[in-house]
Design a protein around this ligand. Structure first.
Ligand SMILES: NC(=O)c1ccc[n+]([C@@H]2O[C@H](COP(=O)([O-])OP(=O)(O)OC[C@H]3O[C@@H](n4cnc5c(N)ncnc54)[C@H](O)[C@@H]3O)[C@@H](O)[C@H]2O)c1
Length: 273
């Protein structure tokens, strides 16, 4: 059995992951930490039954909770400042992490990797746990090799509660395309276009446009547009619900519990793509 600690169990992703984890015979949920609804039953948020009768704990007491419940793996879909604090505490204690939170800083990754090596706590970090999106990354890499001279633009749309822009997935798509072009993503990324003169640098090696739409309850759409002379190709992924991210997270939890190398794994590795 994998002893699991869930961060952010009252959030959109946290509730779904809690349900799948509580219903899974290979997972034993031992703790759930949040900043709200402290003392409430986890099962109420997850919409399922819970043999362990776990109550939501205050994340302020994380060190004490870890020593009492001894989790093997922690799953985190919260906000970047929370993830950066809580997952470093987990890695310090040798707990393996599955992190879906986006907009994490480079400083966090540096420190996290150091602790993973020191405390033997391999982890998964992925801006998108959905199988389809990870296949899309592969397809983008292949297509870019054939269409390096064309213009490439990425358009993403998400619900109006989303804090970060562009999405972590759009940034990863930009990185995948840049890697295929052997280009430096930070130098060629163009985030949106303002009113006024805006001549595009022609060709993906010169510029990759990345555009964000925020509205209503859109779960997550990504389009990669390859535009050439007289024709274009669009790769499009749409998440119909958050279930694809939650089921991917459960796969990642099982994968990381058995992982051998002290490093940060990607979803591609979890899915064997
Ligand atoms: N990797 C993926 O597949 C994927 C998919 C969907 C969303 N996301 C990302 O996951 C994150 C969460 O998304 P969401 O829509 O569930 O957000 P949400 O706002 O619905 O939920 C966030 C939860 O985190 C809790 N929280 C805040 N601070 C905390 C702390 N210090 N400790 C513990 N819990 C804390 C909140 O109370 C809330 O329950 C975002 O960064 C989003 O971009 C990733």
């Amino acid at each position: 059995m994998i002893r699991l600690l869930i961060f952010g169990p009252t959030g959109s992703m946290g509730r779904l992951i809690s349900k799948l984890a509580l219903d899974d015979k290979e997972i034993d949920v031992v703790a759930a930490c949040d900043i709200t609804n402290i003392g409430e039953e986890l099962a109420l948020f997850a919409g399922t039954t819970d043999q362990n009768n776990i109550k939501i704990s205050d994340v302020k007491n994380l060190t004490e909770i870890i020593s009492q419940t001894k989790p093997d793996v922690a799953v985190d879909f919260t906000v970047a400042p929370a993830t950066e604090k809580n997952c470093l505490t987990c890695a310090e204690n040798g707990i393996r992490c599955v992190i879906g939170t986006t907009a994490l800083s480079k400083e966090f990754f540096d420190k996290f990797e150091e602790l993973i090596k020191k405390n033997h706590s391999p982890s998964v970090v992925s801006p998108n746990m959905a199988t389809g999106v990870n296949v899309l990354f592969k397809m983008a890499s292949i297509l870019t090799n054939y269409l390096a001279d064309w213009d490439i633009e990425v358009i993403e749309a998400h619900h109006h509660r989303k804090i970060d822009a562009p999405s972590g997935t759009a940034l990863k798509i930009g990185q995948v395309i840049s890697d295929a072009l052997d280009a430096d993503f930070d130098s060629i990324a163009k985030f949106g276009r303002q009113r006024g003169p805006n001549k595009r640098k022609v060709g993906a090696k010169e510029e990759i446009g990345i555009h964000s739409i925020r509205g209503g309850d859109i779960v997550g759409d990504h389009i990669i547009m390859y535009a050439g002379p007289g024709e274009r190709i669009e790769l499009k992924h749409q998440a119909h619900s958050r279930e694809c991210f939650a089921t991917g997270s459960i796969k990642a939890i099982k994968f990381i519990a058995a992982a051998k190398h002290n490093k940060i794994y990607s979803t591609n590795e979890v899915l064997g793509l």
